[in-house]
Design a protein around this ligand. Sequence first.
Ligand code: UD1
Ligand code: CA
Length: 460
Amino acid sequence: MAAGKGTRMKSSRPKVLHRLGGRALAQHVIDTAARVSARSVVVITGHGAEQVEAGLTAPDLESGHALKLQYVRQEPQLGTGHAVQQAVPVLADDGVTLVLSGDVPLTRPETLQALLDLCGGERLALLTLGMANPTGYGRIVRAADGSVAAIVEHKDASNAQRAITEIYSGIMAVPTPLLRAWLARLDNQNAQGEYYLTDVVKFAVADGQSVQAHRIRDEVQVAGVNSPLQLAELERAHQRRVAEALMEQGVRLADPARLDVRGTLSCGQDVDIDVNCVFEGAVSLGAGVRIGANCVIANARIDDGAVIHPFTHIDGEKLGVSVGAGALIGPFARLRPGAQLGREVHIGNFVEVKNSTLADGAKANHLAYLGDATVGERVNYGAGSITANYDGANKHRTVIEADVHVGSNCVLVAPVTIGAGGTVGGGSTITKSTPPGALSVARGKQVVLPNWQRPAKKKP
Ligand code: UD1
Ligand code: CA
C-alpha cells in the first residue's frame, strides 16, 4: 500500500519516496518482499502515483528468481481495504498475499517468513505487537479461549477495547482466494466511513476459519513514517543495524552512532572507520583500510592497506574510483569519477583528481589538479600544478610518463606529453610535448637589477 498522501511530511514528494539509508521507503519494502521469495510485488499507488511508479525498481536478485513488479492505482483513497481491492484482479489465486505498507521500511525478512509460516498457505495470519501506548492503532480483540476475534480500529473501539495493548501492525499474510472472497464483503459502516482491510478478521471468524497472530516485541519493525521526525528516528535505527552488522564482521567503528551507510559497504579484515563518515552507493574497503574522520565516500573501491585521511571526498558516480593498495589519500583530498590510483599513490591536501590514471608510486601532495591525465609510475607532481584539460569546447589528455618531476605551479596545456624521466621547471606553462629525460622550462627569464632603488613617496 503506497497510495496515502503523507500530509504530515509537509513535502511535495510522495511520502513513500522519502529516503532511508539512501533508498526510498517503499523500495525497502519491495526489497524485503524479494527476500521472502515473493513472486510478484503489486504496489498500490494513488497520491503522486506517476512519481512513485517512476521512483521504484524491481530488486536485483542474487538467487536469480524473477520478481515481477507491477502497479495498480487507487483513486480516490477510501481505506486500506479499498486499497487492497484494487490489487485483487492481478493477484494469482494459487498463492499467499502478504500485505505491507510502503511507509514501514524496517520489517525484518525473518519476521515476515515467520508470519508466512504461520499462514501456511491456509489461514489468515496477523503480525501484532504489544504497545505501552496503543493510541491510534487497531486493537487485537481476543475471545475467551485466546483466539483472535476481531481487529477494532481505535476510533471504533469501546473504552474497554481501547485498554487492549496488543495492536495490529498493518501487516498480514492471507491465502489469496480467501482474501478475494472477504474483500468482496467489505463495507464502510464505521467511524471513518472507510473500507477497512482489518474487517477481514471478522469475516474469517464468521466463516469458522482460524486466525493466527504472530506477536513481536520490536516496535521498529512495524514503525511507520508519518513525519520528518519519525523518518529521522528510523534512519538512526537503520544505521544502528548496519553498524552492528559491520562490527559483527570485525569492522572497528570509532562510534556506531556516527556512521551513515546509504548503499552497500563491504569491508575486509581489520578495517577502521573514524567518526562521521558517510558511504554512498557501492563502496568496498580492502583489508586494513583506515578511514579518517569526516570522509564522504561514494561508488569507490579502496584496496588493502590504503589510508584515507580526514575530510576527504571521494565520489566515483557512474565511472567509479579505485584507490590502490597502500595509497595515502588526504586530508582534504577530492577524488572524482574515473580516478584510478595505483599502489602506494599519495594524494595530499587540496588535490583534485578526475578521470585520470596514476600508476604505482605517483605522488601529488599539495594543491593540484589532475584531469584527463595519464600519470606514470613514481611521477612527482608539484604543488599548485594543474592540467589545463579543457580548451573551452573540448577535453584533451595530458600524458606524464614514468619518473617525471613536475615542479610547482606548472600549467600543462593538453593535449601534451611529458617524456619519461623529464623535469618541468617550476612556474612553467607547457604547451608542447617534451622528449624523455629533458628539462623543460617555460617562463619569463629572471631579470636582476642590482642595488635598485624603490621609488620614494613624494612630499606634499
Ligand atoms: C492501519 C490499520 C490499523 C493498524 C495500523 C498500523 C486499517 C483499517 N487499520 O491503520 O489497524 O493498527 O494500520 O499502522 O487498515 N493506504 C492506502 N490507501 C488508503 C488508505 C491507506 O494506500 O485508502 C496506505 C497508507 O498510505 C499507508 C497504509 O495504507 O501506507 C496504512 O494506512 P494508515 O492510514 O497509515 O493506517 P490506518 O488506517 O491508520
Ligand atoms: Ca487511516
